[in-house]
Design a protein around this ligand. Sequence first.
Ligand SMILES: Nc1ncnc2c1ncn2[C@@H]1O[C@H](COP(=O)(O)OP(=O)(O)OP(=O)(O)O)[C@@H](O)[C@H]1O
Ligand SMILES: [Mg+2]
Length: 279
Amino acid sequence: MKIISVLNHKGGVGKTTFTGSIAQALSLTGKKVLAIDNDSQHNLSSLLNVGVKHPNILDIYAASPSEAPKLLLGSIVKTGLPGLHLITSCSGLLDSVVSDLFHLKNAIEACGLERYYDFILIDNAPGMDKLQSSAINACHEIYVPTELKQFAVDGLAEMERVLKERCPQGGRITKIIPNFYRSIRRQNTFIAALNTMFPGRVTETRIPVDSVFDEVVTEGKILFLHRLYSNGAACYIKLVHELFMLDEDGVWDSIADKRIEHIRAQARDRYYKKRRKAE
Ligand SMILES: Nc1ncnc2c1ncn2[C@@H]1O[C@H](COP(=O)(O)OP(=O)(O)OP(=O)(O)O)[C@@H](O)[C@H]1O
Ligand SMILES: [Mg+2]
């Protein structure tokens, strides 16, 4: 089981979109995934069409070390995809609820989640405070989606410095994922700068600007089931292949099969609904 924290100092760079899309894509390829919403905005829960549940991540932080594992297990809920589970967040989640930066790590370890999940993905709020530090201590790898703008690129060097200082045991960026990519010279210059600063750690796949990400959230749809042939979905499939070394054709086949199953199931439901009405 691999635990990944999705982080960036900056807000609005695509952390939640990345976490949700990767979680959905992995689960559609047959992996068992637990997504954890570690942000009081609870956008990841919304993206996965799950409202705030109780208990949730706040209750896990607030529980005693001995009770936290039980609450963690009790806070896991299903999403619209069978292989994807979620721990929701809530607006009351504040840094002050974290009293021990290893509380989340200890709770995860005590639950034996590796028997069930292949991946745990933790979405974080912007910034670098106690909630983010808890996620860093709990994870094996840190993935950082970023915009391709001067301040964003400058911020990543600073972020790695802060990571090392705050979390000496695990503070290193594993992968940087360029987001909001437009193939223009200025952005390619930023990519080149990132590759110099973080050699081998910038993904080759860049996520393009695509309105599909806003569309699926607004409509409560799943990117890979409802907009599989969009540029955004195709790039995320390529990214899953690159980040997790999964066969790209295999990922496509598996997601396309699940999409067909989904369309069939929806058509069947519509048919039986109409028939019941007519009877
Ligand atoms: N590649 C993209 N192209 C177009 N829109 C995108 C892209 N990636 C993300 N978005 C949109 O940008 C907005 C911000 O994305 P998101 O919420 O994922 O960022 P975030 O880093 O999680 O924000 P926060 O720091 O507030 O948690 C959302 O409306 C999302 O749909
Ligand atoms: Mg977010």
